[in-house]
Design a binder for this molecule. Structure first.
Ligand code: TNX
Length: 540
């Protein structure tokens, strides 16, 4: 068949499909199964939400649905109205038994002319069904103001469930503090994309961002730096802006964010860096360091030699910090960083060398590994699990530890082969601080090149991994490091639309991924982001 004939047939097929009243859906991440029906359900003042009343979590999802439909439609849908007043035009949320065809976070969404039904074994699944339902409505549903349009939902049958359990987005609030309001907006956006982990990088050389009651100087001193380097650190001599930068989340702020995320079925995974990336902590409490010189909160970027010592008092210090962290964050996994801790100061420190001998260790890598093991034992004894960047493999992995593989896939593969869980976060495919295009107009970035299509192409299961170890790959995560990202607008620019691609990496079936088709849906989806004032990067 020649190209012209093929094109004509395709166009006819599309027209036929459209004229028969079947709708195209543009849901991101792409659902497992979508069967388009005929006709539509209309949302109007008579529409009600039915959810039973036995389960608080289901009622909460119903209220969430009501709240997201209200601004644009102007309707406040009645939830569980008195008998007799319901029935026609209802959206029903219901819990069902889990079966083999639907994993715990899966859902079924059925839209007929008369009713909408979302069914799932869990409240999380119902929530994802609600997010899909929202995407079936006209994009205007995402607007903050009332829009005078007909709220039609095309009839459809969707069966959907995620590919991975860990669907993560990370945000570095250490380099630049990000306001609670922006963090909430970010949580909202990632929830719309069905992510379920939000990794908050809370501490770094340039700032400590979480109030710790036992050690108030961490935020009194550690949350503020006197100035920040201007431009790329590679450009020498470095210039500074002379302006104070900083901020932190009080424990009340943290509780508010954790609850906000939980309502959206997102677990916040807190990260407290140790023993490296800790200069802000050392500036606040100099006894944590290795050298006599007084240190400031760091004012420029890059791997830093000033790491913490491995004294018992330092171990206790971080365990105290983790105690407060665990009281605030219910997450099973607590991230202890562990990356980029150069060993130069330990090599020179008589105390560190004595420690290595005392403990019968071979070298400084084993000392770091010993340090991390103290945290692993501690977290495990409290019923939590440790996760750290792949450097925690060096010098031996702590027994319960999970690995976040950032320097490519090697760390994840090694961890899985050793029977540990891993989250894939390779800088090659998931570092959203890298340039997204080679065009001259891009804002200054740390470096690298990670276009949308490359993010989309990522498969979190490494090809080199044996089948019997695949279950150790919990999922994957995209990172937003903020050395060169000072404002929410800029963070959104780097995050979107690459986060939309990442959503399909961790949710959608590998076999169903098709970049061109994704772009077609993305073009619809971007309107949703527009209406939420997301400063995404426009497609080329
Ligand atoms: C490496 S990824 C780091 C971060 C930087 C990032 C910049 C990791 C565990 N460490 O401290 O912000 O590169 O891309």
């Amino acid at each position: 068949m020649n190209v012209i004939k093929r094109t004509v047939i395709l166009v006819c097929a599309v027209l036929l499909f459209a004229s028969a009243g079947f709708a195209n859906t543009s849901i991101i991440p792409k659902p497992v199964e979508v069967k388009a029906g005929r006709g539509f359900f209309e949302l109007n003042a008579q529409t009600t939400v039915i959810c039973g009343s036995d389960h608080l979590s289901v009622l909460k999802t119903a209220k969430f649905l009501q709240s997201i439909l209200q601004p644009a439609t102007g309707l406040s849908l009645a939830i569980n109205p008195p008998a007799g007043k319901s029935g026609a035009g209802a959206i029903t949320l219901k819990l069902i038994a889990q079966d083999d065809t639907l994993n715990a976070e899966g859902y079924q969404l059925t839209v007929t002319k008369k009713a909408v039904t979302i069914a799932s074994p869990t409240a999380a699944g119902l929530f994802y069904g609600v997010q899909s339902l929202r995407q079936l409505l006209p994009a205007e549903i995402y607007g903050h103001k009332k829009a005078a349009i007909e709220w039609k939902i095309s009839c459809v049958e969707i069966k959907d469930y995620p590919r991975f359990k860990w669907r993560g987005m990370h945000l570095d609030v250490g380099r630049y503090f990000m306001s609670k309001e922006f963090v909430k907006k970010f949580i909202d956006l990632i929830a719309q994309h069905k992510f379920n982990r939000f990794h908050m990088h809370l501490t770094d050389d340039q700032g400590w961002r979480i109030e710790i009651k036992k050690y108030p100087k961490l935020t009194e001193i550690g949350a503020w730096r006197k100035e920040t380097v201007i431009g790329h650190v590679r450009k020498k001599p470095m210039k500074f802006d002379g302006e104070k930068h900083g901020g932190f989340y009080s424990q009340d702020d943290v509780r508010e964010l954790v609850a906000y995320a939980a309502e959206r079925h997102i677990t916040i995974v807190p990260e407290i860096e140790m023993p490296g990336h800790s200069q802000a902590a050392i500036a606040a409490y100099p006894q944590l360091g290795n050298i006599d010189k007084k240190l400031d909160v760091r004012t420029y970027w890059g791997v830093c030699n000033n790491i913490c010592n491995a004294d018992d008092s330092t171990i206790s210090f971080f365990q105290d910090v983790l105690t407060e962290v665990m009281a605030l964050f219910p997450s099973e996994f607590i991230h202890i960083g562990g990356d980029e801790a150069p060993k130069a100061q330990w090599e020179k420190s008589p105390k560190a060398q004595r420690r290595i001998k005392e403990l019968g260790l071979k070298n400084e890598h084993e000392l770091q590994s010993w340090f991390i093991k103290q945290m692993d034992n501690f977290l495990t004894s409290k019923g939590r699990r440790l996760i750290g960047w792949d450097e925690i493999l060096e010098g031996g992995l702590a027994p319960g530890a999970a690995v976040m593989s950032w320097r490519g896939e090697k760390g994840g593969i090694a961890a899985a082969n050793a029977g540990h869980d891993a989250v894939m976060a390779p800088n090659s495919h998931t570092y959203l601080d890298y340039y997204q295009s080679k065009s001259k107009g891009e804002p200054l970035a740390i470096g690298g090149f990670l276009p949308l299509q490359k993010v989309y192409s990522y498969d979190p299961v490494p090809k080199a991994l044996n089948k019997d170890k695949v279950h150790h790959i919990l999922g994957a995560q995209a990172q937003i490091w903020t050395e060169y990202i000072e404002t929410p607008d800029h963070a959104e620019y780097m995050a979107f639309p690459r986060t939309c691609a990442m959503a399909e990496v961790v949710w959608s079936k590998k076999e169903s991924k098709d970049y061109n088709e994704f772009i077609t849906r993305l073009n619809v989806h971007l309107k949703r982001l527009d209406l939420q004032n997301v400063n995404y990067r426009k497609l080329d």
